[in-house]
Design a protein around this ligand. Structure first.
Ligand code: 5GP
Length: 193
């Protein structure tokens, strides 16, 4: 087991509805040591790639993206969720269905923060059905920038996001891939990588 799998085994709580709660190190309280290890591991997995910018989505992707951007020496941009209010002229806008909140979110990045030709590494805390990552890919493409890869802390392999993104040809790296989890017994199985 790698460091993140061990942390999930120690502190993760499996909830009904295929939800893994990791509030005590990632989604509420932040364990900086764990986030730092996640950032180092993602940097290692994308070694050799030229990256111009790290892009994530609020809120929980921001800590990982910030430390990774710092390690890579590149800017970090996070997409915002919610109503874009009046004008969308100054923004790249997409939509993502939220698996955890069961609602459609508008997702946007203001135009000055993405540029044509930039090589973007997309980062997030969780990958489930791939809605959030696909919205970010859509936004990157609207800006005529390029997706170099996708770095995820925890992929839930029992959901379809990872399979779809890999079949679309994206370089997807997930540090921990959950194969199955049981809210009754709290058993969690990881995919061998
Ligand atoms: P997707 O868009 O891939 O369906 O879901 C990924 C997004 O939903 C992530 O940004 C994450 O915030 C949230 N998410 C999905 N599943 C889980 C989960 O089991 N636990 C937590 N904490 N967040 C999740």
């Amino acid at each position: 087991m790698n460091f993140l799998e061990e942390k999930i085994m120690a502190d993760g709580v499996v909830k009904a509805g295929d939800i893994l709660k990791v509030d005590n190190f990632l989604n509420h309280q932040i364990d900086i040591n764990v986030i730092r290890q996640i950032a180092h591991e993602l940097k290692r997995r994308f070694e050799g790639e030229r990256i111009d910018k790290v892009v994530t989505i609020e809120a929980s992707g921001i800590t990982i993206a910030t430390l990774l951007g710092d390690l890579c020496g590149v800017p970090v941009v996070f997409a915002k969720k919610g109503e874009t209010a009046n004008s969308t002229d100054d923004k790249y806008v997409s939509e993502a269905y939220s698996f955890t909140h069961k609602r459609m979110n508008q997702v946007f990045i203001s135009r000055p923060y993405l540029h044509a030709g930039e090589r973007i590494l997309i980062v997030d805390d969780f990958l489930a059905d791939g809605q959030a990552v696909h919205a970010l890919i859509d936004i990157v493409h609207q800006a005529a920038a390029e997706v170099v890869g996708i770095g995820i802390a925890i992929e839930k392999g029992q959901q379809q996001g990872g399979r779809i993104l890999r079949s679309e040809g994206y370089h997807l790296e997930s540090i921990a891939i959950v194969e199955s989890m049981d809210p009754e017994t709290q058993a969690i199985r990881f995919r061998q990588q």
